[in-house]
Design a protein around this ligand. Sequence first.
Ligand SMILES: *[C@@H]1O[C@H](CO)[C@@H](O)[C@H](O)[C@H]1NC(C)=O
Ligand SMILES: *[C@@H]1O[C@H](CO)[C@@H](O)[C@H](O)[C@H]1NC(C)=O
Ligand SMILES: *[C@@H]1O[C@H](CO)[C@@H](O)[C@H](O)[C@H]1NC(C)=O
Ligand SMILES: *[C@@H]1O[C@H](CO)[C@@H](O)[C@H](O)[C@H]1NC(C)=O
Length: 726
Amino acid sequence: MRVFRASRSLATVVVVVVVAAMLSCVRAAGDTYLIGVGKADITGPVVEIPFHGYAVLSQVGTGLRQRLYARSFIIADAANPADKFLYIVVDTQAGDTATRLGVLEGLKALGGDYAGFTQKNVAVIGTHSHSGPGGWHNYLLHQIPVLGFNKQSYQAIVDGCIQSVKNAQASLTKGTLTVGTGTVQDGNINRSQWAYLANPQAERDSYASSTDTTMTVLGFKRSSDGKNMGMLTWYPVHGTSAYNNNTYVTGDNKGVAATMTEQAYAQDANSAPGFVAAYSQANVGDTSPRVLGQWCDDGSGQQCSLEASTCADGTVTNCNGRGPFFEKGDQGLSSCYEIGRRQHVAAKSIFDSLATNGTPLVGTSVNSFHFFNDMRYFQFQLPNGTAVQTCPAALGYSFAAGTSDGPGVSDFKQGDAGLPNAQNNVFWQAVSNVIQTPSAQQVACQGAKPILLDVGEMMAPYPWIPNIVDVQLLRVGQLVMIVSPGEATTMTGRRWKAAVHDAAKTSGVTGTGVEPIVVLGGPANSYSGYIVTPEEYEVQRYEGASTMYGKWTGPAYMNLTVSNINYLAAGNTGSPSQTLLPPDNRGVSLSFIAGVVYDNPALGKSFGQVLTQPAGSYARGATVKAVFQGANPRNNLRLGGTFAAVDQLVNGQWTQVRSDADWFLTYTWTRVDGLLGSSTVSLAWETAGDGAPAGTYRLHYYGDSKTPITGSIKAFEGVSSSFTLV
Ligand SMILES: *[C@@H]1O[C@H](CO)[C@@H](O)[C@H](O)[C@H]1NC(C)=O
Ligand SMILES: *[C@@H]1O[C@H](CO)[C@@H](O)[C@H](O)[C@H]1NC(C)=O
Ligand SMILES: *[C@@H]1O[C@H](CO)[C@@H](O)[C@H](O)[C@H]1NC(C)=O
Ligand SMILES: *[C@@H]1O[C@H](CO)[C@@H](O)[C@H](O)[C@H]1NC(C)=O
């Protein structure tokens, strides 16, 4: 009996195991694609250039906390490798026309497999960090707060993007793709609830939150040895954790998350070397990482008003969003670090359960379409048949007020009749005579928006803003990626994703009998402000005032993507027809940023000489610091290298254990004497949070000086005395 029972239960076990194996087979039965992942450094000039995002002219770089990267993902049809697309996530405020053109030209010049990357299938998406050097935008309005177009800043991004594509191409191999979703707790908050409340009650009631809390993860696994190559995630939260007075280059919260995830999988036996984790931005428009809400910093202890984000004095000046560790500033374990960590924890947990909870992509076809649409009086029909139109770009008055994440354009002051304060900015002095009075047609078209800047009708000295924008969808299997040129708000993103989902399902372009999955990435390709819902537009808060093509901007994008969904069908090689192309302003753009003249050490000193040594010993948790005789880091960006390192003494050998890519090691450059050209560099290692073990260490500075007269660039190094961490 016992034997019989035992064998019966053994049989049961065997059956269970077989069924489980079959189930896991069913789960894992995704189709095979050609997949590649790659990453490269895009860190431009870290000093003397204003940052792009907050539009605060005084937010000029003084150093580096974290390097910036481009992360590229190639997905191709394994049977027809020419059917492919490239999704590049860059640690910048947005993907934009000039950088995308530069990337396309660079890929074309490389030829071979790279020549197959064209307008149609290349998407460039910004993480929306507000803490990177500016000077790479194609249009005048976005050049003004950063003093123009800076060739070095632009080229660093373009070169880094191309290098990341090369790295992705080098890793290209057969593999599978799996999608998973999960929730990020306390990673974002709505920052324009008053506008959100204008959306229909029934629609709002169908969602648990007034921001999207879902993170979507796409896992890349190669077939050769079953190892994980990387992940691409989508989750909406503004890259505004670091304050608008931060002057250290960082990738903001998504830069932190990406680094943490890559470091976690670098030590994982199931991962291939060079694991790449990218945190794509999503329907970010009305989200904030300041998750404790919006408060009046005027001693009142009150929250800002819901309607206008104002405080007791009736202005927005004292209204600031608060991140989880808002009192701490931007150093060390800051709000930025914490919001990055929260995204990393969610992404890792979703990724680690892809094998059991994920949805494998099925359907071998990979397809995409792209075209430029002129938004000036573009006429179309809403789904209910009503004829509407978009307008030439314009910005409303609330644009000037900014948000609780930071002010808008600093040169605008409310109550200033909307005109910029020309004395503050050489750029405004050069262009303020071309401020346009909007035409009657434009005023009527923009409807509820009182026009502050009629940027879409301002063409001198070159166009101020895009009127011609990118419309693009990418597809692999049942997954469709909407590539949004603007910052779609929460509800816009939901409606847009639902419209594309329904169209994909009805048309069957993503396969029959399989539920389409739709994600939205942006701001991408040509930065074109915000995209609110028509109801939110009527409220004209900051996001509505920055929805440039009028009330029907969002429905227009939905019409344009949905009407062309059939171009995603398997085997389709066509593209929507193309009329006007956007202007390329790279060759004509103004620049008011001077180059490096020369460097000299202070009298009696030499480059790299240590001016202040660290102490001999520190308790773990302390900040270690050394000061060196320096030179301007704009002389050599050291892309893929470092300006700063921590070396550890291991078995009598100095080994680099931290670089300037590490959050807790900062690099600060200070101009000491402009005439002589002397400067200092200080390296600081915040060992609190870093987790470094006790040991013997030293700080190491890598610099490059520019010789007077000849202009030649010479590399040098500086090494501090050693210290112990106990
Ligand atoms: C939305 O914003 C309001 C007002 O700032 C705030 O009270 C609420 O907690 C927020 N809700 C979510 C889910 O973000
Ligand atoms: C930077 O801005 C934040 C938020 O407004 C403020 O709390 C902090 O004191 C500022 N830091 C400096 C150094 O001015
Ligand atoms: C988009 O608008 C056009 C009119 O210009 C209309 O014919 C078409 O049906 C609309 N498409 C969708 C998907 O609503
Ligand atoms: C069609 O939809 C728009 C937007 O929701 C609305 O403003 C308009 O009144 C609707 N038209 C009709 C005829 O229902």
